[in-house]
Design a protein around this ligand. Structure first.
Ligand code: SF4
Length: 183
């Protein structure tokens, strides 16, 4: 499968940063509905938590160039926060990477939020991810077939991968992590 750079949404690019050969497994209709329901409930919890802390909600599901940020909030001191909401119990590296890709000049900080916690990303981490994103895009532009054959197992994403050419797919050991929840 050829992946054009124009199709690298933040969600897909985050996974490609971890493993350029990653290919998203199909999302069934029932699975999608469950995911959307859980996500919506988590968004409500995250908004309520921020309102209790004195934040103002500025925007919900703002669309950008091929992506959509979940929440934009403003703290009592005026700091603008993008919150990437995840319904997963545990905030994972792939979530942090995806959230970092929402950095832009209008945002003061980026957080990954689940029902219990808001994890604010270190600006150095964000800068590092933006560099890695640039390198990943370059690789897909310059040599897409090489990119899709470089296998780098990662426990956050292998369980949601559909690259049947990968020798690590579905191997029951540390190099081929177990199936994980898709959120
Ligand atoms: S299963 Fe293979 S191709 Fe897919 S993410 Fe893991 S290492 Fe990469």
């Amino acid at each position: 499968m050829t992946v054009r750079t124009t199709k690298l949404t933040p969600s897909l690019l985050a996974r490609k940063i971890l493993c350029t050969a990653y290919m998203p497994a199909p999302f069934g209709q029932g699975e999608r509905l469950i995911f959307l329901g859980l996500h919506a409930m988590t968004v409500v919890k995250v908004i309520a938590r921020h309102l209790r802390m004195g934040y103002m909600l500025k925007d919900v599901e703002r669309c950008g160039n091929g992506y959509r940020t979940d929440l934009i909030l403003v703290s009592p001191s005026g700091r603008r926060r993008v919150s990437e909401v995840k319904s997963a119990k545990e905030i994972k590296e792939v979530h942090r990477i995806q959230a970092a890709l929402y950095a832009n000049a209008e945002v003061d900080e980026i957080a990954v939020s689940n029902r219990n916690n808001d994890e604010v990303l270190d600006p150095r981490f964000v800068q590092d991810i933006l560099k890695r994103a640039q390198l990943t895009r370059q690789l897909f532009t310059q040599d897409p077939s090489a990119a899709t054959s470089i296998y780098t197992p990662h426990h956050d994403i292998c369980g949601m991968c559909a690259n049947v050419a990968c020798p690590f797919l579905a191997r029951p050991n540390a190099s081929a992590p177990q199936m994980r929840a898709r959120c």
